[in-house]
Ligand binder design. Structure first.
Ligand code: NAD
Ligand code: DAU
Length: 374
């Protein structure tokens, strides 16, 4: 039996991880620490919130004393660190929050873990700090470059990826210098339920349902390596259970897609759902292009993201050979599940897409409101 502290557990991947873990290990206690920023939503945790083994703490990872108290009071032996500012576009317009949460916040957790686990000897031997990081720390790839391996030199290009790279280095240093039991996973792009609709896949689905333009940055030929979020949760589980201390593991799906192709794929899937299920037209009367089986007419090329990385791809050999990890979901099945989840959960995404979020997006990209796709 373990006591887990999960930071950022009310966000997209954190919440999916909590659902996965509590099902897989019902005897474990899970404490979520989350500041409930615009990206955090307690509703993401609804089904587990009733579980007596679950506790939610509304607080900031930068509050070291709070973290120390949680570690002591709940006898935490495993800390899984998801909390972060995670959206590249926001890091370009407002990097400060990224430095604060991703760097200072991670350091605050490391300090608290060192103090309670090592200096005060609570779980001195048997503790784990697992840091959830990203493939973006490796920078960008040319079309024929080999995929990112764990030995690819760090070359972060955005304030987001630079802040994650800094946090990875701090985690490594706390292992090397103080002997904290750490592991790090660097994962590729996730998709699935509870994904905040500022990221490409949920943005495209929800914009189709609003009959809004689907903004494609630049030429749309940028490549990402997509992984279904539950497969990421399983990857983290493998690292926690079988990973070697002090090591980093890349987690990915061998699933490279150009942005424009994904958007076309989603348009086709949504159109197909609308023609298969006539009730969707009543549920989403605004979705005129989907009703006419022409969602792709909403595709709109817009100004490129500043410093836009061209290609990410994960070499999964280490996690595969050392941990026996490989994803279960294919992109076809994962994307279909995801589209179905958004079609069936409009209460969720309508609630998280409040006015301030919409106006922020529209200000950034000057997306036209009318004349598209009708
Ligand atoms: P998210 O933005 O959906 O969620 C982040 C969560 O952290 C939110 O619940 C938010 O309220 C919380 N949070 C933010 N600042 C906090 C603070 N100071 N104190 C406490 N809580 C705070 O992010 P996500 O997409 O779920 O990503 C989770 C982690 O996984 C991040 O570390 C990210 O870098 C990493 N990651 C994400 C992806 C991806 O595709 N989304 C891929 C690889 C790695
Ligand atoms: O690679 C892992 C990373 O994946 C994570 O570390 C980040 O937290 C996560 O946000 C994600 O970063 P990306 O920048 O790759 O994801 P995003 O969904 O923002 O964009 C995916 C691609 O789609 C990227 O090339 C930019 C492009 N894009 C995105 C949006 C929101 C568009 O063309 N139009 C859009 O409106």
């Amino acid at each position: 039996m373990s006591n887990l502290l999960v930071t950022g557990g009310a966000g997209f991947i954190g919440a999916n991880f909590v659902h996965y873990w509590m099902k897989a290990y019902p005897e474990d206690n899970v404490i979520v620490l989350d500041a409930l920023t615009y990206a955090g939503n307690k509703a993401n945790l609804n089904p587990v919130a009733e579980n007596p083994n679950f506790v939610f703490c509304h607080g900031d990872i930068c509050d070291t004393v709070l973290v120390e108290t949680l570690l002591r009071e709940h006898q935490v032996d495993t800390l899984v660190h998801f909390a972060a500012e995670s959206h590249v576009d926001r890091s370009i317009t407002g990097p400060d929050a990224f430095i604060e949460t991703n760097i200072i916040g991670t350091h605050s957790l490391l300090k608290a873990a060192k103090k309670v686990w090592l200096d005060e000897s609570l779980h001195k031997e048997n503790h784990r700090f697992h840091h959830v990081s990203t493939d973006e720390v490796y920078g960008t790839l040319e079309p024929n470059d080999p995929a990112f391996s764990e030995t690819t030199p760090y070359a972060p290009n955005s304030p987001y990826s630079a802040s994650k790279a800094a946090s990875d280095h701090l985690v490594r240093a706390y292992h090397h210098t103080y002997g904290l039991n750490v592991t790090t996973s660097n994962c590729s792009n996730n998709y699935g339920p509870y994904h905040f609709p500022e990221k490409l896949i949920p943005l495209v689905i929800t914009n189709i349902l609003h009959d809004k333009p689907l903004p494609i940055y630049g030429d749309g030929q940028q490549i990402r390596d997509w992984l279904y979020v539950e497969d990421h949760a399983r990857g983290i589980e493998s690292v926690i259970k079988k990973g070697r201390l002090g090591e980093c593991y890349n987690i990915g799906g061998i699933n490279e897609w150009a942005n424009i192709d994904i958007v076309q794929e989603i348009c086709a899937m949504v159109d197909e759902e609308f023609s298969r299920d006539q009730k969707l037209a009543e549920t989403y009367p605004e979705a005129k292009s989907a009703i006419a089986a022409q969602s792709d007419s909403l595709i709109t090329f817009v100004k490129d993201r500043a410093g836009h990385d061209r290609r990410y791809a994960i070499d999964p050999v280490k996690s595969n050979t050392e941990l026996g990890y490989s994803p279960k979901e294919t992109f076809a099945t994962g994307l279909r599940k995801t589209v179905a989840w958004y079609l069936n959960n409009q209460d969720w995404w309508r609630a998280v897409m409040d006015g301030s979020y919409q106006s922020w997006v529209e200000e950034q990209y000057q997306i036209p409101e009318t004349d598209v796709g009708v």
